[in-house]
Design a protein around this ligand. Structure first.
Ligand code: PNS
Length: 159
C-alpha cells in the first residue's frame, strides 16, 4: 500500500492542482492532499477555507484532504507515507521544487519526491495569477472549479 502526500498552499486550488491530484490518485493507493503553511507566502484564504474548497472540487475515492501547520516532513513521517507528489510547471518551478525535494530527503531518507509534469493548459497557471485576475474583476472560470468559483471571486474582488 503506497501513500503519497501532495503538499501545497492551494490558495486557492486551481484546475492545475486538480489535474495533479487526479493523476496521482491513479498512481497511488492513497493520496493525502495537504494544505500546508508556506511562511514566505501568506495565504489570502484561511486554512479551513482552503480545505473546504478542495473538498468541494476533488472526488473523494482514495483522496483525503488534510491540513498541517508545522514542518511538512514531520507530518509525512507521522503518516508513514512513501512518496511526496509535486506538480512541475515551467522551468521557473524547478530550482525551488528541487531544493524542497532534497531538503525533505535529507530530513527523511525514505521520502521520495515524484514530480508530475503540469498539463499544457496549466503550465503557466498559478494561484497568485488567478487571484490577481479575480481581484480586478477578470473571469477566472477557466482556472477555478465551478463549485468554488463564486466563493473565490466574492472574497477577492476589490469592491
Ligand atoms: O504551493 P506552495 O506554496 O509552493 O507549497 C509550498 C509548501 C507549503 C509545500 C512548503 O512551503 C512546505 O512544505 N511548507 C511546510 C513547512 C516546511 O516543511 N518547510 C520546509 C520545506 S523543505
Amino acid at each position: 500500500m503506497k501513500t503519497a502526500v501532495y503538499p501545497g498552499s492551494f490558495d486557492p486550488v486551481t484546475y492545475g492542482h486538480i489535474d495533479i491530484i487526479e493523476r496521482a490518485a491513479k498512481l497511488f493507493d492513497k493520496v493525502i492532499v495537504l494544505v500546508s503553511m508556506n511562511p514566505v507566502k501568506p495565504a489570502d484564504f484561511s486554512t479551513s477555507e482552503r480545505v473546504n474548497f478542495l473538498e468541494r472540487c476533488v472526488k473523494p475515492g482514495n483522496v483525503v484532504i488534510d491540513s498541517h501547520t508545522g514542518l511538512f516532513i514531520d507530518y509525512f513521517k507521522e503518516k508513514n507515507a512513501d512518496v511526496i507528489v509535486k506538480g512541475l510547471r515551467a522551468m521557473s518551478d524547478f530550482e525551488y521544487e528541487f531544493q524542497m525535494a532534497l531538503l525533505n530527503k535529507d530530513m527523511c531518507h525514505t521520502a521520495e519526491t515524484i514530480f508530475l509534469s503540469a498539463n499544457a493548459a496549466s503550465m503557466f497557471l498559478s494561484s497568485s495569477a488567478v487571484k490577481q485576475i479575480a481581484m480586478f474583476g477578470g473571469d477566472i472560470s477557466a482556472f477555478v472549479h465551478h463549485a468554488i468559483l463564486s466563493d473565490v471571486t466574492s472574497k477577492l474582488k476589490i469592491k
